[in-house]
Write a protein that binds this ligand. Structure first.
Ligand code: NDP
Length: 320
């Protein structure tokens, strides 16, 4: 049976930063870089083309290259990485003083004194064939990541929540026009955010509308979107070069349901200003607990916090 001071679940910027700090503190961390159920291997960065807002890379780096750099650095610092899925956890400490995890095809049991969760979140998509075909070629789920590629161009944002409002406002600072397409008569977003959007002369809203197709797969780039008004039945081709989907994210928390406290929107709860969950010794970092910032650099920062807190927890509670 493997017994560890620190086990890290997840391998995005949060997981690797936690790993690097834990390894340097001589905690010999073990990281599981398996597939999160329904998730993207390697998380959101693996579907990001160019990253221009992660400090230290003045002339941009691709998402996958940045992930490789994180991984290489983890290995170099001594993080032990196992490419296996975690299937089940038991954080109750009822039958044992250890936190318990079951891993891999054979569901081998591992024990840890502390666990750092960094399983991330994934953007929801409309699930249109054309949308998937043009991902990274004008279709994006992150305005802060990709907005700068559409400077002075016309773009579309789909969604009516706070994310859609925030993304539209952000894009309006860069792009020529922003068309927001929302399926209902009114936005779900908070009133303040709505007001900002509605007052912005660069932003136009199409209510009661849905996107039928992103154009143009045959050209391998976004040239527009076919939008249907559900009330009138009218179908319009709106010319845009950037297409941003902002219909929510799903945090990868299935493994922890019933064991850890979650916010109403499904994200893991941490004590404000810390990485602590409701279970002593279990820490959460990155997008799985962050529905506000969701950036690689904030995920990395919170991974660092989780590792430092795990180290302090071990010091205070004595290593087994
Ligand atoms: P929400 O779930 O709040 O909103 C999703 C929006 O997308 C809704 O308007 C919904 O429509 C629409 N939508 C969902 N599925 C589809 C679909 N298949 N086709 C078309 N439209 C769809 O997600 P957000 O990401 O906006 O926000 C998540 C949480 O994070 C919220 O609690 C929010 O308040 C918070 N947040 C806070 C921020 C801040 O404080 N600065 C910034 C961003 C988010 P409908 O309204 O009809 O359901």
């Amino acid at each position: 049976m493997e017994q560890r001071k620190v086990i890290i679940i997840g391998w995005g910027p949060a997981g690797h930063t936690a790993g690097i700090y834990a390894a340097r503190a001589n905690l010999k961390p073990l990281m599981f870089e398996g597939m999160v159920k329904g998730g993207i291997p390697g998380g959101q960065l693996m579907i990001t083309n160019d990253v221009e807002n992660y400090p230290g890379f003045p002339s941009k780096i691709t998402g996958p290259d940045l992930m490789k750099a994180f991984r290489d650095q983890s290995l170099h610092q001594g993080v032990e990485i196992h490419t296996e899925d975690v299937y089940k956890v038991d954080f109750s400490r009822k039958e044992s003083k250890w936190l318990r995890l079951w891993v891999g095809d054979d569901k081998v049991e591992h024990h840890a004194q502390t666990v750092i969760i960094a399983t991330g979140a994934q953007a929801k998509w409309l699930n249109l064939e054309s949308e998937h075909a043009l991902k990274g070629r004008g279709v994006s789920a992150c305005a802060v990541c990709d907005g700068a590629f559409f400077r002075n161009q016309d773009v579309m944002v789909v969604g009516g929540g706070d994310t859609a409002m925030e993304e539209s406002m952000y894009l309006s600072g860069l792009c020529k026009t922003v068309t927001v397409v929302h399926r209902r008569e009114e936005f779900r977003a908070s009133k303040t955010m709505q007001e900002r959007v509605l007052k912005n002369p660069k932003i136009k809203v199409m209510y009661n509308s849905g996107v039928q197709e992103v154009l143009d797969v045959s050209k391998n780039e976004v040239t527009g979107a076919r939008v249907k008004n559900f009330k009138t039945g009218e179908v319009t081709d709106v010319p845009v070069t950037g297409f941003f989907v902002a219909i929510g994210h799903t945090p990868n928390t299935d493994l922890f349901t019933g064991q850890l406290d979650l916010h109403e929107n499904g994200y893991l709860k941490t004590k404000p200003g810390t990485a602590q969950t409701n279970i002593p010794g279990v820490f959460a970092s990155g997008d799985v607990q962050d529905f506000v910032y969701r950036q690689a650099v904030t995920a990395a920062g919170s991974g660092c916090m989780a590792a430092l807190e795990a180290e302090r927890w071990l010091a205070a509670n004595g290593a087994h």
